[in-house]
Structure formats: structure tokens, C-alpha cells
Design a protein around this ligand. Structure first.
Ligand SMILES: [Ca+2]
Ligand SMILES: [Ca+2]
Length: 587
């Protein structure tokens, strides 16, 4: 919208007057200049992409005085493999002075203001974690913590019905259990164990990979200043819900806690339809095992803050593992379930046919927790296969990350851990191939496959893999490529959007997110990562302006295919931004 501000004659006059006062604002904002809209570290690469047919020189100007502080000639052209558009790479890495600037291309216009400074992404990381607070079920969000997005509690979830698909001897149909807390999954208000699994695994791994960074990382939540890192406090809000999803009688875990149908576009406290837990199954149970094993491991160190919680997690993990061993192939098939049982459930299915990856993840976490090699028996670790990026249905890499993290402590035999470490580095090397040819100079987007549903999480998860490669090799090229994907998410991309709500000069304003739609506040709930370009356009929204893979995005709340938010997308955003902050700080 900002580009159109000065279109009217009055605006033109204003522009001329402003121009006399401040030479910087005399230039039109140009949508053809794409960069991380938050900014850059003084001692790291600084890249802007200029969409143009021919090379033009560029200048960095002090945003306050308009003084030129750096001049350069962009490199290129590079041709976009998806759209055929040409771009040039403006590199101003050599300019290192902290401050506020714009980049200007004479004849084209200027960028919005950006900053060079230390800790440049700290607020992004804090907001992305705070995004989970705004997703909390069963608790008031008072103004003190939620600002203008304060709202009453939604979904107490203290009277949840046992669905016909989930009955057991001790829990007949329509009997009632209490299953409060947890995070709303996405733009809807349901709570899904499978998607909570990858989300928790990502956040808990972030803590285990960078524990000291989170000693001083306050997100202004009710648990801030309680002597526990806020990252863990936030995860525990969901952990306590997950623990209620296990049937205490046998250790099996319900697939999800859900309305039969999606709620309307209303605030959480106005959504009062009955909610159910549905069918126990192997995959949900194994995800639960992995999360509770990892939580049990981490929370041992916080026994004085949460007496008994670590033990409860470990007991739950063991019971879940035993249930899965006895029930190794119970899958959740929503269509089949609806044929057999009422009421029909049509919310997110999270149906996953293959459990081989969940076995790997759960076994790795149980092994890392107990050092008992029994857990590795009967599980094929498939280390010869290429590394798949984590998604809700493919989680084995989360297990590999844990093996890599603990390979020395665990004294795991080299022939077991070595191929895993090599696989992580090989995956990252493949990402880096041809980086120098990419139109936005990012590893994200080399192939159209990257622009799947929730492509922003693909970019973030690639970044995480690169960070593991950096930790395994100490080769900075991996860290800088990870930073490049953060640049992508914050604006250096083919849409020109900064995909984290509340941030950037070209902002996502209309995510598919019920509270943001229903609260009557213009600004969306902040700190939520928009799904990002997805050329499949399953939502059939009419406001897309392009079908090209890297451009297929619409900032419209109808667009659940390109502009929804989800906890499993926010978690890797928290990981990527916080890990980069932690690593840049150390340097
Ligand atoms: Ca805290
Ligand atoms: Ca799977």
C-alpha cells in the first residue's frame, strides 16, 4: 500500500515539500527493491535484490540526514527459474556502521527504512515465541501481557467428551475428561497431538541446542521472571495439555481434541460447541512419546520449579512406548472413522500413513533419555536415505538432530551416529549448490517443490538444518545461508512481504486466523508466521495476483493455503531467528 500513498496531486505537492526538507523521502518507495525489512548485523552479509532489466548503481543513505554512506554496483543479472524475471544483487556487506538507512536506486526509487545493528533479530525471535502465548487456550490474555490483543479465556476444555471412536472400558462414549491448556493449532481452535509433536520437538530442541541464550530471553508472559526460561514456560503450557491426551488406563494417546466441525470466524470465548477426543493411534502416541521423553530429560534440571513433572513425563513416555509396541499399526483415517462413528469429524485430519519416521524419532528420544539400546532394536534408522526436512507427517530428522546433539554424551558407537552427522552436512551442501545463481540469493526456492503448503516453514526448517551443519563443522558458510533464509522470511523474496505479523514495511495484515479476523483490531495478532507462497491455491481465493510458485501468495483472510498461521510453522521461525541471534552474539 505504501507505494500508492503519494499518487494524488495533493500527495505530489506534499512529496515535493518533504523533498525540500529531507532528500531521502523525495524518492518514491520502490517495490522492486527487496530486502530483509528489519535489518542486518554490522559484521554479516547485507544483500538487497533489485528487480530490473538492466544494472543500475545503488546508494545506501542515512535515513535521517539523507547523506550517501555507501555506493555500489549490483551484480547480475540472475534469471528467476520460476518467473523468468531478472534480478540484480546489491551487496553492501562492506558497510558496517550501526544506524538507520535506506537503499536508493536512482531512476527506480528507494527502500523503506531498515537498520544495521547488533541483536537485530532479537525482537523478531521474542515476538515469534510470544506468538504461542496468543495461541493459548483456557486462559485470559490480560492487557498487561497481550496489549491491545487482550481477550477473555477461550475453551476451558474441562468437559471433553469421549468420541465413539475413542471408547475404552474405563471411558465409555460421551464420558467426560478434563483436557485444558495447550495452544490452538493454527487459524482454528482445535488441538492436535500430531502437530503439537513436531512443534514441541522443535522448540525443546532449540532450548537444548542453546540453553544459555534463553536464560535471558523474556517474552512478557505470566511466567516471566519465575526463574525458568520463558521458552520452557511456554512449552510447558502445551506439555500439560498433551499429558491429558494419554489414556491413563493403557498409555495410548488420542489423536486430537476437536469440534466436529470448524468454529465460525468468532473469538475463542464465543466458540462454545462441544469438543471431543478421538481415536487413539500409533503415530499420535509415538509423537507424544518423543515429546514427553525430551521434556522429561530437560525438566530434570527444573525439579525444584516443577516438582514431579519430569518424572510424570518419563512415566508417560514409557507407557506410550509400550502401547505403541503393542499397537504398532493403528492409523488415523478420518474418512473411515466417519463411516463407522458419529458425530462425523471434519476438522484437520493430520492423517499420516507411515509411522516409520515416528518410530525413529520416538526411539531416538527414548534412547537419549535412558541410554538403553533396547529402544533402538527393531527400529530401522534409514541413515542411508537422504535427509527429509521435518514436517508434521515426517519427523525422523528430529530424531537425527537429537542423536547428533548427544552423540558424544551418549557414547553412541560411531557407525551409528556418523552417518547421521554426515547426512545433515550432505543435505546442507546440497542446499548450498548453485546459491550464487539464485534470484534472491537464498537456498530457499531453488525448486518449485519448496513452495508447498506452509512454504515459510520450509525456509525456516532449511535454516535449522544449516545451523546443525554449522554446529557440526564450524563452517560459517552454513550459518550465513541460514541467515539468508531469515532474510527471505523477512522480505527478500518474490512477494516483497515480511511474513511475520507485526513486522516489516510491507506487512501481512490479513492472516487466516480467527482471533485476528474477529477481534475488531486492525493489526493482526503479532508474531505469527504466515504460511507463504503456495501455487496449489487450495483455498480458491480470488485475490491471488500470480500463479508462479514463488509469487503465489495473497494477504487475504480467505487464504488458508497461503496466509494461514500454524504452530508448526511458528516453531521453526522461533528456532531460526533465536539460533541466529545466539550464534551471532557469540562470535
Ligand atoms: Ca519464565
Ligand atoms: Ca510419518
Amino acid at each position: 500500500m505504501t507505494q500508492t500513498v503519494f499518487r494524488s496531486f495533493g500527495g505530489l505537492l506534499l512529496m515535493v515539500l518533504c523533498g525540500l526538507l529531507n532528500p531521502v523521502s523525495a524518492q518514491q518507495l520502490s517495490a522492486a527493491i527487496r530486502l530483509n525489512q528489519i535489518g542486518f548485523y554490522p559484521n554479516a552479509p547485507k544483500t538487497a535484490v533489485i528487480l530490473a532489466e538492466k544494472s543500475m548503481s545503488f546508494e545506501i543513505k542515512d535515513a535521517g540526514t539523507g547523506k550517501v554512506v555507501f555506493k555500489g554496483k549490483p551484480a547480475g543479472p540472475r534469471t528467476n527459474q520460476h518467473s523468468g524475471k531478472m534480478s540484480f544483487i546489491a551487496d553492501f556487506t562492506g558497510f558496517k556502521k550501526s544506524g538507520k538507512y535506506v537503499i536508493e536506486v536512482p531512476g527506480l526509487g528507494r527502500s523503506a527504512e531498515f537498520e544495521i545493528g547488533e541483536k537485530i533479530h532479537r525482537e523478531v525471535a521474542q515476538a515469534a515465541l510470544k506468538g504461542f502465548y496468543y495461541q493459548r487456550a483456557s486462559i485470559d490474555l490480560p492487557e498487561k501481557f497481550a496489549g491491545k490483543w487482550a481477550r477473555p479465556a477461550g475453551h476451558p476444555d474441562d468437559k471433553i467428551l469421549i468420541h465413539a471412536s475413542a471408547v475404552s472400558e474405563s471411558r465409555p462414549e460421551n464420558s467426560v475428561i478434563s483436557s485444558p491448556r495447550g495452544w490452538y493449532d493454527a487459524g482454528d481452535y482445535n488441538k492436535y497431538v500430531v502437530n503439537s509433536g513436531i512443534t514441541m520437538g522443535t522448540l525443546l530442541s532449540l532450548y537444548e541446542d542453546f540453553p544459555s541464550y534463553f536464560e535471558n530471553f523474556n517474552t512478557n508472559i505470566p511466567e516471566s521472571n519465575n526463574g525458568v526460561p520463558d521458552l520452557l514456560d511456554e512449552a510447558i503450557w502445551n506439555l500439560r495439555w498433551m499429558l491429558t491426551m494419554q489414556d491413563p488406563a493403557d498409555g495410548g494417546v488420542y489423536h486430537k481434541l476437536t469440534n466436529p466441525r470448524f468454529d465460525g470466524m468468532v473469538m475463542p470465548d464465543a466458540a462454545k460447541n462441544p469438543r471431543y477426543v478421538v481415536q487413539k493411534n500409533t503415530i499420535a502416541t509415538l509423537d507424544f512419546v518423543a515429546v514427553t521423553a525430551q521434556s522429561g530429560r530437560i525438566l530434570k534440571a527444573f525439579e525444584n520449579k516443577f516438582p514431579g513433572l519430569s518424572d510424570s513425563c518419563i512415566t508417560a513416555a514409557v507407557k506410550g512406548w509400550e502401547w505403541a509396541k503393542k499397537n504398532p499399526s493403528v492409523t488415523y483415517n478420518q474418512e473411515e472413522m466417519n463411516k463407522k462413528f458419529d458425530p462425523d469429524v471434519v476438522t484437520g485430519a493430520y492423517g499420516d500413513r507411515s509411522s516409520s519416521d515416528e518410530w525413529i524419532w520416538a526411539a531416538a528420544e527414548m534412547y537419549a533419555l535412558t541410554s538403553k539400546t533396547d529402544y533402538l532394536k527393531d527400529v530401522s534408522f534409514e541413515t542411508e536415505k537422504p535427509l527429509p526436512l521435518p514436517t508434521w507427517s515426517q519427523v525422523k530428522t528430529l530424531g537425527y538432530y537429537t542423536i547428533a546433539r548427544f552423540s558424544e554424551d551418549l557414547k553412541i558407537e560411531k557407525q551409528f551416529s556418523q552417518p547421521i552427522r554426515q547426512n545433515i552436512v550432505k543435505f546442507s551442501d546440497d542446499l548450498l549448490t548453485d546459491l550464487e545463481k539464485q534470484p534472491y540469493h537464498t537456498v530457499m526456492g531453488k525448486t518449485a517443490k519448496d513452495y508447498s503448503w506452509g512454504s515459510s516453514s520450509v525456509a525456516a526448517n532449511q535454516g535449522i538444518a544449516l545451523i546443525y551443519a554449522f554446529k557440526l563443522t564450524n563452517d560459517r558458510k552454513y550459518l550465513l545461508a541460514a541467515l539468508g533464509n531469515l532474510d527471505y522470511l523477512l522480505g527478500r523474496n518474490a512477494t516483497g512481504y515480511c511474513f511475520l505479523t507485526g513486522f516489516g514495511s510491507k506487512r501481512v495484515m490479513h492472516p487466516h486466523h480467527r482471533p485476528s479476523i474477529a477481534d475488531g483490531i486492525a493489526d493482526p495478532v503479532p508474531g505469527l508466521l504466515s504460511g507463504g507462497p503456495n501455487p496449489a491455491q487450495q483455498d480458491k481465493c480470488t485475490t491471488y495476483t500470480s500463479k508462479i510458485a514463488d509469487e503465489s501468495f495473497t494477504d487475504d483472510d480467505c487464504s488458508y493455503a497461503s496466509n494461514e498461521i500454524a504452530i508448526n510453522w511458528n516453531a521453526p521461525m522461533v528456532y531460526l531467528s533465536a539460533a541466529i541471534e545466539a550464534l551471532m552474539e557469540k562470535k
